[in-house]
Design a protein around this ligand. Structure first.
Ligand SMILES: C[S@@+](CC[C@H](N)C(=O)[O-])C[C@H]1O[C@@H](n2cnc3c(N)ncnc32)[C@H](O)[C@@H]1O
Length: 437
C-alpha cells in the first residue's frame, strides 16, 4: 500500500462526507504506521465530525507529538478546544500555530475572537511581542498585539500598536472603525478623528464610520441613525450570538428573570408581549413560556432572520420601535421587554410617550440601559462606541413626563468589553391600572 495515496483517498472521502470510507483509509494508514502524524491528525478531525471531540483532541495531540511543526493541526486543535469550551487551551494552541506560521490568517482571526472576549492574556502577550519583533510588517500580529496590550492595561503601548495597524492602510481591515474606537477608549481622540475622517472620505456611504465620527466629534445627536443601526446589525447578525456570549453578555437573562418572576407571582402568563429591538432573539426563548402571544420588532432584517429561525416569536416586525409603538396597533401590550436597545436612543422622551400609548393599563416595561453614573448633567451621553448611557434620574423624569412610573431600578454588569465591566441598569416602568387612574 502506498501510504500517502491511501491517506489522500481518506481525505477525499472525508471532504465528500463519506466518513466510513475515510475512517477505513485512515485506519489502514495507521495500521501500517501507528505514528503517522497526518493519519492521526485527520482521524482526529474525523472523530470530531462524528461527534467525539475528546477522541479528536487526544488524536491531534498525539499527531503533534510526532510533528510539532504542523501549524494547521494546532489551529484545528484550537478550534475543537474552543468549541468544547476550553478557551484558554484553545488560545495556547492558536498561539503555537502563529508562532510556527506567523502569516496563518485563520489562526490570527481565531486568536482575535478569543482575545475580544478575554479579560486577561498574560501568557500570550510575550509571544505576540516576539512575533511583531520578528515580523514587523505583519498587520494581524500588530492587531492582536495591540488588543493584548489593551487587556494588560498598557495603554500607551496599546495605542501605539493600534496606530501602527492603521499605517498598513485602511483597506486591509474589514472594520477599521474598530481601531478608531479603541484609540478613543485609550484617550487618543484626535488620532481617532483623523482616521474616521479618512474612512469617511474614502467611503462617504460608510454609515458606521459616519456615525462613529459624529459620536467622537461630539455632534448633537439624540439617537443613532436608522441607517447606522441597520447596516451595523445586518453585518453583525451572523456572529452576534457568539461574540456576545464571549463578552459574558447577561442582559437578556437579567431582563427575562425579572419578567418570569412577575409572571410567576401573578400565576398567569402575560397575554400580549413585545420584545423591542429583539435582535437575534436571545430574550424570546427565556420568556416564551410566560407569554401567550410574543411579538418581536427590530430594524435589522439580518437580526430578524436569526430570530425567526428560533421559532419562538408569534410575529416578527421589521421597523423602528418608537414608530411601531406609536402606530395604530391591533393590540396593546401587557409586557414590553427592551434589552440593550435603548443604548441606540439618546433622548428617551419620545420612546416613553409612545410606550404609554402602546401599554395596556397596568402594563409594564422591563428594560436595560447602560448606566451613566456620578453625574446629574448631561442626563444621557453617547460614548466612543456609539452607544448611549443614561442616568437613573433621567429615566424617572422621562417616565413621569409620559404619565408612567419608574418602579424599580437595579445596578448590574451587562457584559465585558476590552477587559472592563460595562455597567448597566435594569428598570421597570409601569402604566397605571384602571383602578389607579
Ligand atoms: C445590541 S442588540 C440587542 C438585541 C437583543 N435585544 C439582545 O439583547 O440580544 C440591539 C438591537 O436593537 C435594534 N435596534 C436599535 N435601535 C432600534 C430602533 N430604534 N428600532 C428598532 N430596533 C432597533 C438593533 O437592530 C439590534 O438588533
Amino acid at each position: 500500500m502506498q501510504i500517502d495515496a491511501r491517506l489522500q483517498e481518506g481525505i477525499d472521502a472525508h471532504r465528500n462526507g463519506n466518513l466510513a470510507v475515510a475512517q477505513d483509509a485512515y485506519l489502514e494508514v495507521l495500521s501500517a504506521d501507528p505514528n503517522h502524524a497526518d493519519g492521526l491528525h485527520f482521524l482526529g478531525l474525523l472523530h470530531f465530525d462524528a461527534g467525539h471531540p475528546e477522541n479528536a483532541v487526544a488524536l491531534i495531540r498525539k499527531s503533534l507529538e510526532q510533528n510539532a511543526r504542523n501549524a494547521a493541526a494546532f489551529n484545528n486543535l484550537g478550534n475543537i478546544l474552543k468549541l468544547s469550551g476550553s478557551s484558554s487551551e484553545a488560545l495556547e494552541a492558536y498561539a503555537r500555530a502563529v508562532e510556527l506560521e506567523p502569516r496563518h490568517k485563520e489562526a490570527w482571526s481565531n486568536i482575535n475572537v478569543l482575545l475580544r472576549a478575554a479579560t486577561h492574556n498574560d501568557d500570550l502577550l510575550p509571544i505576540l511581542a516576539e512575533i511583531v519583533r520578528l515580523d514587523p510588517e505583519n498587520p494581524d500580529a500588530w492587531h492582536n498585539y495591540g488588543l493584548s496590550l489593551v487587556l494588560a492595561g498598557r495603554k500607551e503601548e496599546a495605542a501605539d500598536a493600534v496606530e501602527r495597524c492603521l499605517e498598513f492602510g485602511l483597506d486591509i481591515w474589514s472594520d477599521p472603525v474598530w481601531h478608531a474606537r479603541v484609540l478613543c477608549a485609550l484617550g487618543r481622540q484626535n488620532r481617532a478623528l483623523e482616521f474616521l475622517e479618512q474612512i469617511v472620505e474614502a467611503d462617504p456611504h460608510n454609515e458606521i464610520a459616519r456615525y462613529q465620527l459624529a459620536a467622537v466629534r461630539g455632534d448633537d445627536l439624540d439617537h443613532a441613525p436608522e441607517s447606522y443601526v441597520k447596516t451595523h446589525f445586518d453585518k453583525f447578525a451572523a456572529t452576534f450570538d457568539d461574540v456576545l456570549s464571549g463578552l459574558g453578555y447577561r442582559a437578556p437573562e437579567l431582563v427575562a428573570e425579572e419578567a418570569v418572576t412577575l409572571a410567576k407571582s401573578a400565576s398567569i402568563p402575560f397575554q400580549d408581549v413585545v420584545d423591542l429591538g429583539c435582535g437575534t432573539g436571545l430574550c424570546g426563548p427565556l420568556i416564551r413560556d410566560h407569554c401567550v402571544k410574543l411579538t418581536g420588532i427590530d430594524l435589522s432584517q439580518g437580526m430578524l432572520q436569526k430570530a425567526a429561525a428560533l421559532k419562538v416569536y408569534d410575529f416578527l416586525v421589521e421597523g423602528e420601535l418608537v414608530a411601531f409603538l406609536q402606530s395604530d396597533l391591533p393590540t396593546r401590550f401587557d409586557l414590553a421587554v427592551c434589552v440593550d436597545t435603548l443604548c441606540y436612543l439618546g433622548d428617551l422622551q419620545p420612546f416613553m410617550v409612545a410606550l404609554e400609548k402602546a401599554l395596556k393599563p397596568g402594563g409594564i416595561l422591563i428594560a436595560s440601559v447602560e448606566h451613566l453614573a456620578n453625574t446629574s448633567w448631561p442626563e444621557y451621553r453617547v460614548d466612543s462606541t456609539g452607544r448611549y448611557a443614561h442616568t437613573p434620574a433621567y429615566l424617572r423624569r422621562c417616565a413621569q413626563a409620559a404619565s408612567l412610573t419608574l418602579e424599580k431600578e437595579k445596578e448590574v454588569v451587562l457584559r465585558h468589553e476590552l477587559g472592563e465591566e460595562v455597567h448597566g441598569l435594569i428598570f421597570h416602568v409601569r402604566k397605571l391600572s384602571l383602578n389607579e387612574t
